[in-house]
Design a protein around this ligand. Structure first.
Ligand SMILES: Cc1cc2nc3c(=O)[nH]c(=O)nc-3n(C[C@H](O)[C@H](O)[C@H](O)COP(=O)(O)OP(=O)(O)OC[C@H]3O[C@@H](n4cnc5c(N)ncnc54)[C@H](O)[C@@H]3O)c2cc1C
Length: 455
């Protein structure tokens, strides 16, 4: 029987961040994972997708090199080498993470865990006891009951490991995961059709960003069928056939089901241990404590944004509380959101619609088009920076679209989370030529002193 101050079930970004911070604060830690530490993010999510998206960018650069005066020819993609590149990145990070966990004296138990009481977890017949338990079991792809997965109907887990590049693909779901795969496959020459039930792509973003994305995706010949529902999916030998409610029929080599992710909380013994659930998510208070006082929950199993950096932050937050500190929580609205398709999307804070709902008429917005930004022109980046300012003049939301804008989210999240007034931030100097200047220009414009913008 193992014993520790803190027992953590799940070694993804949430669980391993909680483990590292607990160990740094002098707590003994047991970290249980049935697979490898790093979780979805490192092995099936953030890192492998971004490696593939980088390769997609290289493919586009080769294909379009002539416009920069460089002679190059795009000959295609070698899936074996593509996966070797992605896997090398993942395994290097995994090695580094495992080394760090080891160096901190964290005990890693490899096996499937299940709660057997408020302070006990059973792993392969052995009991692990902890003064505090942290649940961090993450999420898995959601597949509607009416759809059967097959070698033509995939989730993101299988889509990351394709041995060949398909000629055509239908993507069910126009959210973050759907548009990232659409972008990467289109760069590899795949004919992509996205089917989204809601009226617009990336429906959680500001409506103006969705319009930009749809326009820029059209330019890339990615078809988006929005407000469209799937009624039937048939996997045949030669293709997958998808019927829409409108009666339209689509067919392609593959269908990617990207309609969201479900919390992995079934069969964990939670209800029996007295841990309350709501639609599969663990119910927590504002300290991320569950209905059982010794049990916390973090990451994708807590309703809200399913993002790795939210899981990291929640892991740190819980570890510090367990160690007797009183850390500040970060609300979901202050967490930066990035979608790594081409064009990239980066946002933080309220959309214009949400700000108007909250503050009424005194909300100001300004949109600065990247056409006026020198660096964006060099990078051939179309898009915009949209600022939403509340009636007090504070930045209430930043919404950006365009190649490279993910790197601007650091400043944007400081503006939002520190409640900075746009007029104050407008006095800061943004280096030239950077895409960061677009944010500076938007701040100047919304404060009534535009420089490279009129009207
Ligand atoms: C394709 C894709 C791309 C993504 N891209 C991004 C991105 O760019 N940026 C971003 O911020 N987020 C991204 N995400 C989301 C991100 O991966 C998740 O939000 C994050 O991994 C959640 O962390 P977690 O610790 O809650 O859970 P997970 O990372 O899912 O880890 C949970 C761990 O628990 C283990 N586990 C589960 N049940 C048990 C059990 N009973 N016993 C033992 N171990 C168990 C699992 O093996 C796993 O290792 C992406 C996700 C996907 C699928």
């Amino acid at each position: 029987m193992a014993e520790a101050d803190v027992v953590i079930l799940g070694g993804g970004p949430g669980g391993y961040a909680a483990a590292i911070r607990s160990a740094q604060l002098g707590r003994s830690v047991v970290l249980i994972d049935e697979a490898e530490v790093g979780g979805t993010c490192l092995h099936r999510g953030c890192i492998p997708t971004k490696a593939l998206l980088h390769a997609a960018e290289v493919a586009d650069t080769a294909r379009t090199a002539a416009q920069f005066g460089v002679t190059a020819t795009f000959h295609g993609v070698d899936p074996e080498k593509l996966h070797a590149f992605k896997n090398t990145v993942v395994s290097r990070l995994h090695k580094g993470l495992s080394g760090l966990i080891d160096a901190l004296g964290i005990t890693v138990v490899n096996g499937c865990g299940r709660m057997t009481g408020p302070t006990t977890v059973e792993v392969d017949g052995a009991t692990v006891t902890g003064e505090s338990i942290v649940l961090a079991t993450g999420s898995a792809p959601k597949v509607p009951q009416a759809i059967a997965t097959s070698d033509r109907v995939l989730t993101s887990d299988q889509a990351l490991e394709l041995a060949t590049i398909p000629q055509s693909a239908i993507i069910l779901g126009g959210g973050v995961i759907g548009v990232e795969f659409a972008s990467l496959w289109a760069s590899f020459g795949v004919k992509v059709t996205i089917v989204e039930a809601l009226p617009r792509l990336v429906p959680n973003e500001d409506a103006a960003i969705s319009s930009y994305l749809e326009r820029l995706f059209r330019r890339r010949r990615i078809t988006a069928k929005t407000g469209a529902r799937v009624t039937d999916v048939v996997s045949a030998d030669d293709a997958v056939r998808v019927t829409l409610e409108s009666g339209d029929e689509l067919s392609a080599d593959l269908l990617l089901v990207a309609v969201g992710r479900s919390p992995r909380t079934a069969d964990l013994g939670l209800a029996e241990a007295g841990v309350d659930l709501d639609s599969g998510f663990v119910v927590t208070d504002d300290k991320l404590r569950s209905s059982v006082p010794s049990v916390y929950a973090i990451g994708d199993i807590v309703a809200g944004l399913q993002l790795a950096h939210r899981a990291f932050q929640q892991g740190i937050f819980v570890a510090e509380q367990i160690a007797g500190r009183d850390p500040d929580a970060v609300a979901d609205i202050g967490i930066p959101r990035v979608t790594y398709c081409d064009p990239e999307i980066a946002s933080v804070g309220l959309t214009e619609e949400a700000a108007r709902e909250r503050y009424g008429e005194g909300v100001e917005t300004v949109t600065y088009d990247l056409a006026g930004n020198g660096r964006s022109q060099i990078l051939k980046a179309s898009g915009a920076v949209k600022l939403v300012v509340d009636p007090s003049g504070a930045v209430a939301g930043v919404h950006m679209i365009g190649r490279g804008v993910s790197e601007l989210i650091g400043e944007a999240q400081l503006l939002y989370n520190l409640g900075v007034k746009a007029a104050e931030a407008a006095q800061l100097v943004h280096a030239h030529p950077t895409q960061n200047e677009a944010l500076g220009e938007a701040l100047m414009a919304v404060s009534g002193a535009p420089l490279h913008l009129h009207g």
